[in-house]
Ligand binder design. Structure first.
Ligand code: PLP
Length: 392
């Protein structure tokens, strides 16, 4: 697509690529496994709509996401997770008919139980989210463990019996214990994630057996690895799907569910911009691009170099000389007055010049929506969708 200078920086989302990718992910999963999308990774309405045919539902983690997803994809199922749900958020979820709550604490369970009282009709399904220990041997270096150490997420395993009792002793007749949720780490490869899922399934099965209840559902979360250093290396969905199939086969009455975010949408987004200045500082070359990490915070948040390509532009419309780089690598920074505004280091872009364009890949998840848009009051990027119906 052609972007005019005045449209830069720009976010470009390839909806056709997203459609193909989500279809391939779904096809790699056995039928017993439900696929939810964690909306927080990128809640753009058109992205949600493109995903909707491929997913069984959406995981939302705030009242804002709840209202937005309900409007963007009104016929889709939602599961409400996340810490610190307010009574008002829980009440709106109940009013919207949300059928799954991922409960994060005993206090939240009591709140939900009270608010659900008088909620005539179908029982409210509860999945208890647990902060289970992930055996260290299952994790590679670089994986971000959220489980098994002190954290605000989920119930402590020591509270498991009390939580199950609260749901089975008649205290909250409107609530139904349907299963267990565990999102324990992110950045795991398929073998690691499958081993974690199996360990969680064993733990949850033992809990259910101890209480003589059936375990209907097990949500093993998201966290599928996305390798920003190697954009072509995708998570092994076929391998993970096969492993989940084996877990499901051994537990025929258990419905497995996963809720990836990053690994579904990271690849469909691009952040395109232009070089404003090129200069040397103490022996290192810098190119300052229009925009920066206030639009694409991902590399600053994750501490990586965002993969990018330089598109040379022949034209230089100004009468003053055009800044140009030398033969060595260059650091691409943005317009913010902070040394943290680095998009990519050691980019092999010999002879890069002001006016050249730079396109950053893998900007479809935790990118625009996690960025501090208004810091320094630069204009926001323009947003474009290609490859979808009614693309502009
Ligand atoms: C963020 C989150 C996800 C998605 O994680 P990804 O790393 O984007 O796949 C899934 N479940 C929960 C509970 C989360 O908080």
């Amino acid at each position: 697509m052609d972007l005019a200078d005045g449209e830069l920086p720009a976010y470009v989302y390839d909806l056709a690529a997203l459609d193909a990718h989500a279809g391939a992910v779904r096809a790699a999963l056995p039928p017993q496994v439900e696929l939810y999308y964690a909306a927080k990774a990128n809640p753009e309405s058109r992205i949600l709509a493109a995903l909707a045919p491929h997913v069984d539902g959406f995981e939302v983690s705030s009242g804002g996401e709840l209202a937005h997803v309900a409007e963007a994809v009104p016929t889709s199922a939602m599961a409400f997770g996340g810490p610190g749900k307010t009574p008002a958020e829980i009440a709106s979820a109940l009013a919207l008919g949300v059928h799954r709550f991922h409960v994060e604490s005993l206090h939240e369970l009591r709140t939900l139980g009270h608010l659900a009282a008088g909620n005539a009709g179908t029982p409210v399904g509860v999945l208890l989210r647990f902060n289970l220990a992930v055996p260290a041997r299952l994790l590679a270096a670089g994986a971000l463990a959220m489980g098994g150490r002190p954290s605000p997420f989920g119930l402590d395993p020591g509270e498991a019996d009390a939580a199950v009792r609260m749901l089975t002793d008649g205290s909250y007749p409107e609530l139904e214990l349907v299963g267990v949720h565990a999102h324990l780490a992110s950045g795991l490869d398929a073998a690691e994630l499958a081993a974690v899922a199996e360990a969680v399934a064993d733990w949850a099965t033992a809990l259910a057996r101890r209480h003589g209840v059936a375990l209907g559902e097990l949500n093993v979360g998201g966290g599928m690895a996305v390798d920003y250093a190697d954009p072509g290396a995708h998570f092994d969905w076929a391998g993970y799907g096969a492993a989940l199939g084996r877990i499901a086969r051994d537990r025929p009455r258990l419905r497995l569910r996963i809720e990836p975010g990053r690994a579904l949408t990271a690849y469909c987004g691009w952040y395109a911009t232009e070089v404003l200045d090129v200069k040397r500082s103490h022996g290192e070359e810098f190119a300052v691009v229009r925009g920066g990490t206030h639009h694409l915070r991902t590399p600053a948040a994750k501490g990586h170099d965002q993969p990018c390509a330089v598109l040379p532009v022949a034209d230089w419309p100004h009468p003053w000389p055009r800044p140009a780089g030398g033969p060595g690598p260059v650091t691409l920074t943005g317009q913010l007055c902070t040394p943290k505004d680095v998009l990519a280091r050691a980019v092999p872009a010999a002879g890069l010049r002001a006016g050249d364009r730079v396109v950053f890949a893998m900007a479809g998840a935790y990118a625009w929506n996690i960025s501090h848009h208004d810091f320094l009051m630069h204009p926001h990027p323009t947003v474009h969708f290609v490859g979808g119906t009614g693309a502009r």
